[in-house]
Write a protein that binds this ligand. Structure first.
Ligand code: PMP
Length: 410
């Protein structure tokens, strides 16, 4: 069956109201999906419906609205657990995103285990969210953070990663998909190597979830962090999946309401995971949108979504390769639809600013990946990141706009 038959791109685009708008008088070409995705009507309506019909706080009220809000919030946990094939819904901690998930693991899991001289292993291609939390706790313990190298194509050098899994390493932290290069890391292989050495593996799934099905059991990692807002859901939503044995052993990170069993001045006891890690009022409306976002992706199906995204990636890459003086960063054999590049003689920010005037939204900058920029010896790149609701015509419009603005800068 062809993708065309199963994938009606115009019908899909009609589900995303924002895609119909113009910017600077031009039709919008939104290629900043790795930063945040656009939201389908179903997600917008779920948030709207929450505030119009169900708004109440979760878990605290016996009245009907409170029950409805709690059911919707806990329903998002169920949906996420199913989506990532978590063995149990109680292994899914709802967070504001991947950053909060990483910090939770850093302070609640890593810090109590780190001793002076220990290390946390990460890689050169990480987002700052998968570097800085580890540095903060390592500094407290007198431990260090080291990075496994990548090659020029932007692939992790797996043998080096494995070599660096030495006895002082107490945690390894790797991104599933690079937000700059699109590189897909071989998580199963890395998890096996970590397991053989008794080293837990934290995976940053922020950029993987919008593009590929995730099965945390099959991946074999210990922790998997994800971001809702990059996969159609509202901002301020995300989750940490962790093996039960880890969550059970983790002390609370944030204290407050919702996460306790009994509070006494003589000593407080805490709720079981996952609620132990969910202090305070969460983003209830946002999580109403998470349920709707997952339902949307499930209805579409990853096969069709991936076929379309990879056709777009190939189409865009082939055209960009034709442009003299254009350098692509990230040519891994397995990559998701993210293209970082620079054009000789033009600053990334100037190009992004001029592209915006042509209606094309791309990101320029270091993409929260200073060490990766340093590896390539550049301060910034331009990044076009695609989603399943983008079209071949948009790729053509982007390339035409790029050729036009490059001429202006000469
Ligand atoms: N990791 C990666 C690879 C990312 O791209 C991002 C978002 N830019 C994050 C972590 C941070 O995610 P969040 O916005 O959910 O905190």
């Amino acid at each position: 069956m062809s993708t065309q038959a199963t994938f009606d791109i115009q019908r899909i685009r009609a589900d995303f109201p924002l895609l119909a708008r113009t910017v600077h008088g031009k039709p919008l070409v939104y290629f900043d999906n790795a930063n945040t995705s656009q939201k389908p009507q179903a997600v917008i309506e779920a948030v709207d419906r929450h505030y119009r019909e169900h708004n109440a706080n979760v878990s605290r009220a016996v009245h009907l609205l409170g029950e409805e809000a709690t059911a919707s919030y806990e329903g998002a946990r169920d949906a996420l657990a199913r989506f990532i094939h978590a063995p149990s819904r109680n292994e899914v901690v709802l967070t504001s995103g991947t950053t909060q998930a990483a910090n939770l693991v850093a302070y609640s899991f890593a810090l109590p285990r780190l001793r002076a001289g220990d290390a946390i292993l990460t890689t050169t291609m990480e987002h700052h969210a998968n570097i800085v939390p580890w540095q903060l706790v390592a500094a407290r313990a007198g431990a260090t953070v080291k990075a496994a190298p990548i090659d020029e194509r932007g692939e992790l050098i797996v043998e080096k990663f494995v070599e660096l899994l030495t006895p002082e390493v107490k945690l390894a932290c790797v991104t599933h998909v690079s937000n700059v290069l699109g590189t897909v890391n071989p998580i199963r292989e890395l998890a096996r190597a970590c397991r053989e050495r008794g080293i837990p593996l934290f995976v940053d799934g922020s950029q993987a979830m919008p593009h590929r099905p995730v099965d945390v059991r099959a991946l074999g990692c210990d922790f998997y962090a994800l971001t809702g807002h990059k996969m159609l859901a509202p901002t301020g939503t995300g989750a940490l999946w962790a093996k039960k044995e880890h969550l059970d052993a983790m002390p609370p990170f944030f204290g407050g309401g919702e996460m306790i069993r009994e509070v006494r001045f003589s000593g407080t006891t805490f709720a079981e995971p996952p609620h132990r890690f969910e202090a305070g009022t969460p983003n209830i409306a946002g999580f109403a949108g998470v349920g709707a976002a997952i339902a949307y992706v499930e209805a579409l199906g990853f096969d069709a979504l991936r076929a379309h995204e990879h056709a777009l990636l190939d189409h865009a890459t082939a055209q960009l390769r034709e442009i003299p003086g254009l350098r692509i960063f990230g040519e891994a054999g397995d990559k998701e639809p993210v293209i970082s590049f620079l054009v000789e003689g033009a600053q990334a920010t100037d190009l992004a600013t001029l592209l915006d005037l042509e209606g094309v939204a791309v990101r320029s900058g270091h993409h929260c990946a200073h060490p990766l920029m340093q590896f390539y010896g550049v301060p910034a790149t331009l990044r076009a990141s695609l989603a399943f609701y983008n079209t071949h015509e948009e790729v053509d419009a982007f390339v035409a706009a790029l050729l036009k603005v490059r001429r202006l800068l000469r």
